[in-house]
Design a protein around this ligand. Structure first.
Ligand code: SF4
Length: 342
């Protein structure tokens, strides 16, 4: 849109029950969350019980049946009609949309967590993307994460994607990352370890120290520090964690929580969403097959949980997927530190 809009009218629907429609409420939350609510000059209600209400008359005039919608006048003869809140923000609120949303209060987060606990993964994902948009990063590495990218693309909402490039991944995994990037047309931010820290570590302890004194130090440098650096620019992140991935370490993973292991932008609150927490491996793979979701070619070779090449091996049928990771260590040690707050 050329120039600045002079007047934005939001048309909201009031249902026969007297309540506002859910989508209108969510659109208002989105605008408020991004600090853009003050850009709405006027709200008109399309009241289902009153065909003469202002909003109903605007709906009939512009032939719009959905709510909410926005009427934007900027001096041109005909107003512009926007049915997408995100498009309105992008095109009519220059300088406004990059402002990140304020973090949810403890009460808002607790209420959403209680509501979403019994919902679907899509419900949780939609909530966090509506609330945070691009300020929410989907952490991508394995099969579950591409399910989440697939679901996120289907919401039509904004989001970001990040991926930890430890420098020790299988060639198949790099090919997989590239395939996902092209398949969904998404930008994937690859996070690398800090070069100087890695250099010191490798010079001192070599390339396979994790076989002698455990994986924590290597994972700390190659995974945890780059993730910490990445998350310090976001207000929320989404993981593919499932409770059934590790009875020893992930049995209590909630669908939504405040991350107490990492900080968000400016050292502030970081929301962590685990939409697939209640799903099983079978449900994940059923989704992958039914939606033609790309997956890592290593799965065809017996690999189930895939991490770095030296620390991942295929498992036999009947073996738990976590047995293919850091097999020389105890079950309770098999986390790389990315989810240490759970
Ligand atoms: S999974 Fe293995 S190679 Fe990868 S960062 Fe951890 S210890 Fe290092």
């Amino acid at each position: 849109m050329a120039g600045h809009p002079v007047h934005i009218t939001m048309v909201k629907k009031r249902l026969a029950s007297g309540d506002a429609c859910d989508k209108c409420v969510q659109a208002e939350q989105l605008l408020r969350g991004r600090g853009l609510w003050h850009r709405i000059d006027e709200v008109m209600w399309a009241d289902e019980r009153d065909p003469d209400s202002d909003g109903m008359r605007l709906s009939a005039r512009y032939g719009v049946r959905l709510a909410p919608f926005f009427v934007v006048t900027n001096g041109a003869a005909e107003p512009s009609i926007y049915k997408s809140t995100l498009r309105l923000m992008r095109e009519c609120m220059p300088g406004g949309s990059p402002r990140p949303p304020a973090p949810p209060s403890d009460g808002e987060l607790a209420e959403a967590a209680a509501t979403l606990a019994n919902g679907t993964p899509q419900d949780a994902l939609t909530w966090v993307l509506r609330r945070h948009g691009r300020d929410c990063a989907l952490a991508f590495s394995g099969a579950e994460d591409v399910v989440l990218i697939d679901m996120a693309v289907r919401t039509g909402l904004d989001f970001s994607v990040l991926c930890l490039d430890t420098g020790r991944l299988h060639p198949e995994t790099y090919a997989f990352v590239e395939r996902v990037r092209k398949h969904y047309g998404v930008e994937i931010e690859l996070m690398s370890p800090d070069a100087s820290k890695l250099q010191v570590f490798v010079r001192k302890k070599g390339l396979f120290s994790f076989l002698e004194d455990g994986h924590k130090e290597c994972c700390g440098i190659r995974k945890v520090e780059p993730l910490r650096r990445a998350l310090s620019r976001y207000g929320a992140w989404v993981t593919g964690q499932r409770r059934d991935q590790s009875p020893a370490t992930r049995a209590e993973v909630p669908i939504l929580q405040e991350d107490d292991a990492f900080e968000g932008r400016g050292g502030g609150k970081l929301v962590k969403c685990n939409p697939l927490s209640a799903w099983t491996a079978d449900q994940t793979w059923a989704y992958i097959r039914s939606h033609d979701v790309p997956y890592n070619a290593l799965h065809e070779q017996g690999f189930r949980s895939i991490g770095c090449q030296p620390c991942t091996r295929p498992v036999h049928p009947g073996q738990h997927e976590r047995e293919g990771r850091w097999w020389w260590e105890a079950e309770t040690q098999k986390e790389c530190g990315l989810h240490s707050g759970d």
